[in-house]
Structure formats: C-alpha cells, structure tokens
Write a protein that binds this ligand. Structure first.
Ligand code: PLP
Length: 403
C-alpha cells in the first residue's frame, strides 16, 4: 500500500478550472470573464510598451547577471515600491519607519507577512471580508493562523457594503486580530468604503487594537491615479498605525508571471527595523530563499526614471479607462434591453471586477449555453469585455436573467 493512498483530492481552484474550461471550448464566441488579468480591446494580453522597452535594454545589458539577489530582494525596487505606496512625504518614510521586502508578488507578500505575524508576534486570529479574494484564507491558514473569521462586507440587497455589519464585526473582534483590508478596488465586489467610512474603520481598529494588513493589488489600475488608489493606506500610516501592506505589480505592470511584489511594513520606531528585518529574512530564507530579479528590475527602473514613470502612468490610465468604458457599455446595454433588475452597481463598482449579482445558476447557464465563463459568485472581469463581444455578453446575460 502506498504512503500516499489516504491523500484526499483537494478541491479545484475555481478560477483556474474556469480557464481550463474556456481553453477547451471550441466555440468562436467564447468569452473569459473569469481570470483576473487585463485584456486589450482585441481580447489579447498586453505587454506594456514601457516593459517591452526595458526588457530589450536589460537583455542587452552585459553588466547584469543571474547571481542570487539578497534574501530581501533588490533594494532599489523595494524602496521605490514603498515610496509608490506611501508617497515620499509620508512621515513614516521620512523617519525611516517604513520598510520594504521584495516578495513573490502580492501572494508572496501576504504569505511572508502572515507567517511573520503568526510566528514572531504570536497572532492567531485573522479576519477577512465576506466575500474576499479566494486566496486569503488559504494563505493565512497555511501560515499557521488558528482562526479565520469573516467580517460582513457585501450586502446583496443593496449591492453595496454592509457598513454597519462590518463595523459591528470589527468591534467584536478580539484584540490583536489581523484584519485583511483591500487597499482599493475590493476583489471581488468592486466596492470600497468611502473616506469617511475608512475613518470610522480606523477609529474602531485603533480602539480595539486590531492590526491592519492591507492588500494592494490594484494601485493605479483602479482609478488610473496612483495617489488616489493609495490614499487609504496613506491615511492609516499618517494616523500612526503600524501596518503591513502587500503590493502586487501583476496588474498595474502586467507582470503576472514574473512574481513581482513587495511587503511594506510601517512601524512606530525606526530603531526596531533591524530586528524586524532580520526575522523577515529568516521567513523568506525558509520559504524561497530569495526572490527573482527580472520584474523587480523593470519596476525599479520605471519608478525611478521620470520619463519612464510618465510613460507607465499613461499605460495604467489606458487600462483603467478601458475598464470603466466597458462597465458603462455593459450597464447601458442591460438597461436598454430592459433586463430585469438594477444595473447601476456595475458602474458604481471600481477595479477589474464587477460583482454582477448573477446567481450561481445563471453563471453556470452562461457557461453552458453561451460559452461565457465567470465565477459562480457572479464576479466578472470587466477587462474580458470588448467592443466585439459586449453586445453578445449583454444579450446572453439578458437571456440568463429572463429564462
Ligand atoms: N490580492 C488580491 C485582492 C488580488 O486580486 C490578487 C490577484 O488577483 C492578489 C492579491 C495577488 O496577485 P499576485 O500574487 O499575482 O500579485
């Protein structure tokens, strides 16, 4: 008998299963609204021109080699990432109380941060929004947290945030719980608290001694404005919170498979930085030893050069405005078709996804009958829409809702 014979098959990861189903589908009308990646109006992945240009330069640069990076990554990259997140006028940056650790994209930053909190600080309870990005629970559970609890977030009746419920759940959280907060463009709902609501959330968190772990996967990608999308993390940092923030450069740089990310740590006292970094070093050393260089070189070069930075800002505006246009196009078509229900939430929501409000049955029907693939939760990637498929998708949704 094999030592593996009692291994239970783990459940499939829905978003990747959906992509497999989409790839296997031979119908020319098929549409993938599942996977969280940007597509052009031609339905193609987009290598940002500034990335292409830098890649050509890096390939020709004979001073570069494939030696290991330091355990905590490329210094120029993590510094630039911290500055991009917090702004150079942030008191924590000025006082050297903000540190960056290069990570295996946003996922790696979440894992390294979670492992540090569990192992070094002994935290054992984390809270996530209901619903949240599918990987949060897996990451925190794998990092050894004993308790994962949901705080209320989405109210299906109003298709908006259940803010009262959220506050009540945070007020009832035990001290020293880690609270996962989406920095902007909440995935999957596309609904962010207002600035006034964030202020209230901060007050509760301060009072209840809750630790904010921001997840920033869409800075610049959400509104097209880097500062706007970072304002909540900056607000918490200015308010004196100690916090973690995972940063992903997958979406805003289109560097999905280069695993380019950063864990930003904001602390109260610059003198504690060395000890914290030494422990983070051991977490990384045990996990993957040191990070890859390619994406970090591209991002560092872009963020530290005025012209390249301006070029990149244009790219993120192109992506975010195309998504906003597709939201409007979908909402307008559904309204015009007279599809039962209200559809304003599609344009109220922000970021890559719309939480459409479609039921699991309707989502399955769209896949089976119309070759349109989206998560059973009703989350649809707005970047999967384009001028060629928007009418088809709108009438398919109309059919799913009215059948
Ligand atoms: N956090 C959220 C909310 C996300 O949506 C994603 C990607 O979809 C990530 C983190 C991490 O992605 P990556 O590991 O590619 O940076």
């Amino acid at each position: 008998m094999s030592i593996f014979s009692n291994v239970q098959t783990a459940p499939p990861i829905e978003v990747f299963a959906l992509t497999r189903a989409y790839n296997a589908d031979q119908n020319p009308k098929k549409v993938n609204l599942g996977v969280g990646a940007y597509r052009t109006d031609e339905g193609k992945p987009w290598v940002l021109p500034v990335v292409r240009k830098l890649e050509a330069q890096l390939a020709a640069d004979e001073t570069l080699n494939h030696e290991y990076l330091p355990v905590l990554g490329l210094d120029a990259f993590s510094k630039a990432a911290v500055h991009m997140l917090l702004g150079t006028d942030c008191p924590a940056v000025i006082d050297n109380r903000a540190l960056g650790v290069q990570s295996l994209s946003g996922t790696g930053a979440l894992f390294v941060g979670a492992k540090f909190l569990q192992k070094i600080l002994g935290y054992d309870t984390y809270y996530y929004s209901a619903p949240t990005w599918g990987n949060h629970k897996l990451i925190f559970d794998t990092a050894g947290f004993k308790q994962g609890r949901a705080y209320r977030y989405w109210d299906p009746a109003t298709k908006n945030i259940d803010f009262e419920g959220m506050c009540e759940d945070l007020r009832n959280a035990p001290e020293n719980s880690v609270i996962i907060l989406h920095a902007c463009a909440h995935n999957p709902t596309g609904c962010d608290p207002t600035d006034a609501q964030w202020k209230q959330i901060a007050e509760i968190m301060r009072e209840r001694k809750l630790f904010p772990f921001f997840d920033s996967a869409y800075q610049g990608f959400a509104s097209g404005d880097l500062d706007k999308d970072a304002r909540t993390v900056r607000y918490f940092a200015k308010e004196g919170f100690e916090l973690f923030c995972s940063q992903s450069f997958s979406k805003n740089f289109g560097l999905y498979n280069e695993r380019t990310g950063n864990l930003t740590v904001v602390m109260k006292d610059a003198e504690l930085a060395a000890a914290v970094l030494s422990q983070l070093t051991l977490v990384v050393r045990a996990t993957y030893s040191n990070p890859p260089a390619h994406g970090a070189r591209v991002v560092a070069a872009t963020l530290t050069n005025k012209d390249l930075f301006a070029e990149w800002q244009d790219h993120i505006r192109v992506m975010s405005s195309r998504i906003i246009q597709m939201r409007e196009a979908l909402r307008d078509r559904l309204v015009k078709l007279g599809t039962p229900g209200t559809w304003d939430h599609i344009t109220r929501q922000i970021g890559m996804f719309s939480f459409t409000g479609l039921t699991p049955q309707q989502c399955e029907y769209l896949g089976n009958e119309h070759h349109i693939y989206l998560l059973r939760s009703g989350r649809a990637n707005m970047a999967g829409l384009n001028t060629n498929n928007i009418d088809y998708v709108a009438s398919a949704i109309h059919d799913a809702v009215t059948k």
